[in-house]
Design a binder for this molecule. Sequence first.
Ligand code: RTP
Ligand code: MG
Length: 145
Amino acid sequence: TTTGTTAVSRTLVLVKPDGVRRGLSGEILRRIEAKGYTLVAVELTHATDELLAQHYAEHEGKPFYAPLVEFMRSGPVLAVVAEGQGVIPGFRSLAGATDPTAAAPGTIRGDLGRDWGLKVQQNLVHGSDSEESAAREIGLWFPNL
Ligand code: RTP
Ligand code: MG
């Protein structure tokens, strides 16, 4: 089991522009807090091309890269650092599968995500996928933390 002795860590969560536009920022923060994670930093920000290029460097060259960056530039995002035991995989469990139609009920994307008529990139949230990604992404979005 991963409970009990799991180290406290931090993850970067983004409420993407669709989530902010639809007024779901509070609901998403509520789910993070209700799980027992602590909010360390929260900032509403309009991401620059430069920041997004760094954030999504692993996806550069993929067919969905350009539409993804364009979508992420379409409005403000809520950048969040959340802390807790096992928060990196834990938040990914809360978020659910990348595709909102496949995401299980009970998850953020499963309960709230709408992908009909939309592209799969409009899936409400981002969550860091490893300790290395979390450290790198927190440094990009919160250089003063
Ligand atoms: P995230 O990074 O946003 O937490 O999501 P993820 O790990 O589940 O997905 P990832 O594979 O890292 O992809 C990053 C984001 O790119 C968009 N995407 N579009 N086939 C497609 O059109 C496609 N595949 C991925 C999604 O917004 C995904 O969250
Ligand atoms: Mg990812």
